[in-house]
Ligand binder design. Structure first.
Ligand code: NAG
Ligand code: NAG
Ligand code: NAG
Ligand code: NAG
Ligand code: NAG
Ligand code: NAG
Length: 251
């Protein structure tokens, strides 16, 4: 069995990545090598088979660790749908994942067996840049940033006040994993007494990778808040007291 790979620039929009080709005689099987997606999306993996002559297919299936779909049968996994389409010398078998979640990541294999030959291809599905609602909670002494449903595990939460990014050392960050494999990241910082130093900013940094397998850390979300009314009021009254004090002394 011969097998070769060559770059194929499919016109698949965002999914337009390199594709894989397996060739056995006149048999070709194409898959999208890698799909980068985020929580909540619907993604479609394709397995496009072309041949010189009609195939007597004994197996055409999509597998992750176990079988997900077999040609002509409905999907065995909830939230995943496979569709077959065929014409003369063309057999397409697609797999659609609805509402992608971290549990869907992995390497999916498309396997073809026929009386005329076998071929297979794979698609790596990566789930990244997931985050849902986020809130900043400010009390008179603390500022807290909460990022929900983050995936993959956050690298860190960085802090800044105005242009000062040295304040992060005084922050306490807690990252916890939820039952669904996503993370909650909570970071609390003790507010400084001088609100004139500027707005506070917390940023969620997560690991990501691109189509070319380059890994990086990038900011997924940022929130900004002021030091809190109570704090500003406290500062103003303190200033006032100092001024009054001076006035009293001078009187
Ligand atoms: C995913 O597909 C479902 C069903 O077709 C649709 O209702 C939903 O809007 C789609 N979601 C996205 C993000 O496209
Ligand atoms: C899908 O597969 C089934 C079973 O092999 C077949 O009956 C049906 O015609 C196929 N549909 C298409 C569109 O090829
Ligand atoms: C299979 O997919 C290819 C590529 O998108 C398309 O050109 C071809 O018409 C499809 N074949 C069938 C039977 O749908
Ligand atoms: C944010 O999302 C979490 C988890 O999905 C939920 O428990 C919480 O109520 C949400 N908070 C707000 C303010 O929407
Ligand atoms: C905000 O902080 C206050 C005081 O610590 C707490 O009672 C409240 O539950 C917090 N709200 C959120 C959304 O975390
Ligand atoms: C502020 O944070 C400190 C330390 O993180 C904590 O001990 C304290 O209870 C917090 N105060 C409020 C009002 O949330």
């Amino acid at each position: 069995m011969a097998s070769l790979r060559f770059p194929f620039f499919a016109s698949l929009g965002l999914l337009g990545l390199l594709s894989t080709l397996s060739a056995v005689g006149g048999l070709e099987l194409l898959t999208i090598p890698k799909i980068l997606t985020t929580c909540g999306e619907n993604v479609t993996l394709r397995c496009d088979v072309t041949t010189d002559s009609a195939l007597e297919i004994t197996e055409l299936s999509w597998k992750l660790s176990k079988d997900i779909c077999t040609w002509g049968q409905s999907s065995k996994v909830a939230g995943i749908e496979c569709m077959n389409a065929s014409s003369t010398n063309s057999y397409n078998y697609s797999l659609t994942i609805y509402n992608v979640q971290p549990k869907h990541k992995g390497t999916y294999h498309c396997q073809l067996r026929s009386k005329q030959g076998s071929a297979n291809g794979q698609t790596i599905v990566r789930v990244q840049k997931c985050v849902s609602n986020s809130t900043a909670n400010v009390t008179s002494t603390n500022g807290t940033c909460i990022f929900n449903d983050v995936y993959p595990k956050p690298e860190k939460i960085s802090w800044k006040q105005g242009n000062d990014d040295s304040i992060g050392n005084s922050a306490t960050t807690k990252i916890t994993e939820n039952a669904d494999g996503k993370f909650t990241a909570i970071s609390t910082i003790k507010l400084r007494k001088n609100p004139s130093l500027g707005l506070y900013n917390c940023s969620l940094l997560v690991p990501t990778e691109n189509e070319m397998n380059v890994s990086m850390v990038q900011t997924l979300r940022s929130m900004t808040f002021a030091g809190g009314d109570g704090l500003i009021a406290h500062w103003v009254s303190l200033m006032l007291a100092m001024v009054l004090g001076i006035v009293i002394v001078q009187a």
